[in-house]
Design a protein around this ligand. Structure first.
Ligand code: ADP
Ligand code: MG
Length: 229
């Protein structure tokens, strides 16, 4: 059976550093959190799943696609969200920035307009459509980044610390959008244990290896206990 994410014997070596060591991992849950200390390999795992990093050894299959051989097909079906919304905004206005995400889709102008309008509405940005994107607050900018990710109707959203720069209220709003069942799967790297615990399954990483995989609440509890002992 095709799993959403399957890593078999995967190692990653970047520059002179062994970052991931012989990782085997199968994930089928709709929402998956990745937790672990700084430098444990979470971002590398996320980038590997998104096809941005190649395995040095082993195979990575995501949505039934080999991340190296089928990289272009994988890119069409996934969207990646990072912490820093400023680095993700590329166009002058809010609506133009969302429309830019659809540049590779062959849509008519009215279709593109409609897709953008529906997405802006969903993320509470409709009233800001013609505003310069740089004028938005940090929370609004991250909602814009999510809007640009979701407007493409991805099958898998990969988010690397998407709430790191947000206050509690905005973190909660962003988490709600990521977790809502909109027909996508989610892999989210996070130190936000509230967000992690709301996922179905969590993976805990330690020193480039998988330390634990299980129900998110159990893994989050073990992770927070690990620095209290
Ligand atoms: N491009 C790179 N070149 C060399 N070492 C790297 C590179 N990217 C990450 N690393 C190292 O790999 C380890 C894991 O990094 P990372 O995946 O970013 O961890 P995390 O996201 O859990 O903080 C760290 O020790 C980091 O310094
Ligand atoms: Mg990281």
């Amino acid at each position: 059976m095709t799993s959403a994410v399957r890593l078999a014997g995967v190692s990653v070596r970047l520059a002179d550093t062994d970052v991931l060591h012989d990782v085997d991992l199968v994930l089928d849950a709709r929402t998956v959190a990745v937790v672990g200390d700084n430098g444990s390999g979470k971002s590398t795992l996320a980038r590997l799943i998104g096809g941005l990093v190649r395995p040095s050894a082993g195979r990575v299959e995501v949505l039934g696609l080999d991340t190296v051989r089928d990289a272009a097909a994988l890119r069409r079906r996934t969207a990646i969200v990072f912490s820093n919304p400023d680095a993700q905004i590329v166009m002058p206005t809010v609506a133009e920035d969302v429309a830019f995400s659809l540049r590779a889709d062959r849509l008519s102008r009215p279709e593109r307009h409609m897709r953008v309008a529906v997405a802006l509405e969903r993320f509470g940005l409709a009233g800001l459509a013609d505003r310069p994107a740089y004028e938005l607050s940090g929370g609004q900018k991250q909602l814009l980044a999510l809007c640009g990710a979701f407007v493409r109707r991805p099958d898998l959203v990969i988010a690397d610390e998407p709430t790191a720069f947000l206050d509690g209220r905005n973190a909660h709003v962003v988490s709600g959008h990521l977790l809502a069942d909109a027909g996508h799967r989610l892999v989210v790297v996070t130190h936000d244990l509230d967000l992690a615990a709301r996922c179905d399954v969590a993976v805990r990483m330690r020193e480039g290896r998988i330390a634990q995989v299980g129900a998110a609440a159990d893994v989050v509890a073990a992770h927070s206990a690990s620095w209290r002992c």
